[in-house]
Ligand binder design. Structure first.
Ligand code: ATP
Ligand code: MG
Length: 346
């Protein structure tokens, strides 16, 4: 079995810069290196329903936004199979069998789930579906026999959960499924990009993101509103670079070449030193960041425009990809049923 890559996103909003540096650009890199046999990208609408079940319209509306984002960053439908999770029934069936291999307390101990429950204010009333979405994620991954998963670091406890299920399954029913591995972004600062408000994670649900499809005006406004150093009041004041979102983003997005192109400094280090010792205002550093981000976002916007004007092509990509995914996941389900011994009519 060769390398099979799988990732996905919840269609709970348009994709943002956090997705780009945490996962999307790695997917494009993997795609272009070509060192794999199959690559799947899933729009996780069923998973998105687990905490948005009362607002299905949000999921419907964003499904197309997400596929447009994929295509606009350069994921190529000739190399990648895009599919819609809810259309692949085998994944739901796999989830049902895997549920038996996990305890409720194990799910409750999962650090990602714990944080997300708090964030959503679920507390004592967490829906069973939400609590068990890590199990459905195990079905998504194993359903395609995927071994390489390009994700942000908030996903690590979920991949660990998948591998625990794989080990239990193989122990009880015989060697059937294979374990997976996260493919993390090398730049640690990009593994979890904070929000423009300084919150630990840029997230669709927190509304603290710069979206790939934002207009230049929106990007400008957001950059100008970014959290910096609240004690840096006058330009002459010394400022803090650590925890200052503008510098955090420059660290992730800017090259020294760009710094010297858009400022009077020849490197980011030099710019930071000036800020630390005073005499460099927030508006100035924000303008540099805006230019750097626009260099990245402008071509993405252009590509998006093409696909927005060719939605019939987009529909076809989704439909063909989903058909391929259905037949692949059915194969896995057949193997799983055989291993358990419930393949009665085979
Ligand atoms: P939601 O708030 O609805 O959970 P989200 O913004 O967390 O949305 P997801 O669809 O849950 O986005 O995440 C998709 C992928 O993007 C995951 O691999 C995740 O690790 C990665 N990702 C999301 N936000 C960031 C971020 N701020 N920095 C790095 N990677 C991120
Ligand atoms: Mg998330």
């Amino acid at each position: 079995m060769g390398n099979i890559i799988l990732t996905g996103d919840r269609p709970t909003g348009r994709l943002h810069l956090g997705h780009y540096v945490g996962s999307l650009r790695n997917r494009v890199k993997l795609q272009n290196e070509g060192n794999y046999d199959e690559m799947y990208v899933m729009i996780a609408d069923s998973q998105a329903l687990t905490d948005n079940f009362d607002n299905p319209k949000k999921i419907q509306d964003n499904l197309h936004e997400v596929i447009l984002d994929y295509l606009s960053v350069g994921l190529n439908p000739e190399k990648v199979t895009f599919f819609i999770q809810s259309e692949v029934n085998a994944l739901t069936t796999l989830t049902y069998y895997y549920m038996n291999l996990v305890t409720v307390s194990r799910l409750q101990r999962n650090p990602t789930i714990k944080t997300e429950i708090k964030l959503r204010g679920f507390d004592e009333s967490v829906p069973a579906g939400f609590l068990s979405y890590p199990v459905s994620q195990a079905a998504d991954i194993t359903g395609f026999n995927a071994n390489i998963i390009p994700v942000g670091d908030d996903q690590l406890p979920l991949l660990e959960q998948t591998n625990e299920i794989v080990r239990s399954f193989n122990r009880i029913y015989g060697e059937t499924l294979r374990e997976c591995e996260a493919y993390l972004e090398k730049d640690e600062k990009a593994q979890r990009l904070p929000g423009i408000d300084g919150n630990a994670k840029m997230s669709k649900s927190l509304g603290n993101g710069i979206y790939l499809a934002d207009t230049p005006e929106e990007v400008y406004k957001k950059v100008m509103s970014m959290y910096t150093d609240p004690d840096h009041i006058k330009i002459e004041d010394p400022g803090k670079v650590e925890g200052n979102m503008v510098f955090t983003y420059l660290d992730v997005f800017a090259t020294d070449e760009q710094i010297s192109k858009y400022s009077d400094f020849s490197s980011l280090e030099e710019m930071k030193n000036q800020y630390r010792s005073g005499g460099l205002g927030d508006v100035k550093i924000k303008k540099v960041l805006y230019e750097v981000l626009e260099e990245l976002l402008e071509p993405i916007r252009e590509k998006r425009k093409y696909y927005e004007e060719h939605m019939d092509e987009v529909e076809k990509i989704l439909k063909e990809g989903t058909e391929k995914a259905i037949s692949k996941a059915n194969e896995t389900l057949a193997n799983v049923k055989k291993a358990i011994g419930i393949d009665y009519f085979e």
